[in-house]
Design a binder for this molecule. Sequence first.
Ligand code: NAI
Length: 464
Amino acid sequence: MKKRVIVIGGGPGGYVAAIRAAQLGADVCLIEKDKTGGTCLNRGCIPTKALLHSVELYQAMKNGASSGILAENLRIDWTIVQRRKQTIVRRLVNGVDGLLKANGVKVYKGSARILNKNAVEFCGLQKETLTADYIILAVGSEPALIKIPGADLPQVINSTFALDLKQIPQSLVIIGGGVIGMEFAALYGAIGTSVTIVEMMPEILPGIDKELAAALKKELADEGISILTNTKVNEISSAGDGVVVSIDSGGDTRQLSAEYVLVAVGRRAAISSVGLEQVEIAVENGKIKTNEDFQTNISNIYAIGDCNGKCMLAHAASAQGIAAAEHALGHQAIYMGNIVPACIYTNPELAAVGMTEEQAKQSGQEYKVGKFPLAGNGKALIENNGTGFIKIIAGAKYGEILGVHILGPRATDLIAEAALAIRLEATVDELVSTIHAHPTISEAMAEAALAVNNMAVHWPPQKL
Ligand code: NAI
């Protein structure tokens, strides 16, 4: 008899879990109240990167004179930029629908509510009770709100709205210097919007190696983006068509005028309407509590992706979805939650995997650091004038790679090699003896590994 699996939520966690469960022979239905693809495809990763791609093209042409590209009357048609973004999103959503169908997953369009540990009420065009051996919750997250006067003004927007602006704003204040804040600052800052980021902590980009966060901050500041740290927002008030944002930097109060305020202060699990209380699923700090196999306290109910709050990244959600489906259906699942690459699509890009230097220090273990500036790499010089660097953290005794941090062109693609190296417990010597093609930016990875022992070839030895 086939096992029955219900997946609630069709984002990169849920649809991947559904496909894997179907591949493993289960009878699977997936319930999704909106479009399949979730936040990532519809209002997150994909649309942002589609917009960023257009903006990068524009920037490249605008700054193309030194490469011999002389463009006259260069301008952005924002309507076409937005249309292209929508076309890409639509293609991918259709692709996901096609994959679900091809794998025999039954998709129910409507909302789901748990009735008991083996039953879910589906409410779409009709109401139906669906039963299952296993339920996988993949209900995602939504933008967190801030509680300050004026937060409900129409000019105060979240990332979903910021993706769909009909016109390029003249000015934008971004509250929160996290990943969303940085990506939108890079996006609009590059096409003429006057952008100010207000971050309450002393540093931007929580969780990112401090040296790289500081280097990226400098790059963005050089592009004209104003980044105010140790600063909080007291109040937002209406002023004509825009708003005035009252900020406080250690007692020094100021007002910033802006057309819009983007609130990017994190995301929270979207778990309020799925019926967790029906079976008393444990929740901790607003997120569904799970064990390492993603089982909730009700062992046949799993929670994956943003709603369990372990790692709010699409690729982590997909990996958790695969692991949960495999575990439920009696297979051995592997999820390596300590090796999840993080990618930030600014210009230059930032990507990281494994330990930051701060974490290595805190762990008490002996470590070494190798750094290689991309100014010493021919391909990086060609692509972005050699801005950025690669930093590798390795164990002092055996040289095992603990963390890799990249600021530079193609960082988000290069990080895959680093993730695999850490996954395979590779040492810096093994990275060095892996021949990297020339000319590529990946050569800088081997150089950074060489730099761990002060042996970089294309950079002078450092005086120790
Ligand atoms: P985040 O957690 O990355 O950063 C939020 C920032 O806001 C923090 O620096 C925090 O100190 C600051 N903050 C909080 N309250 C504040 C206040 N009242 N005033 C000023 N600053 C305040 O959250 P973010 O950027 O909203 O992203 C949400 C999630 O989405 C994250 O988990 C992120 O990793 C994920 N994401 C990932 C992307 C990627 O992988 N490229 C792209 C976009 C989002």
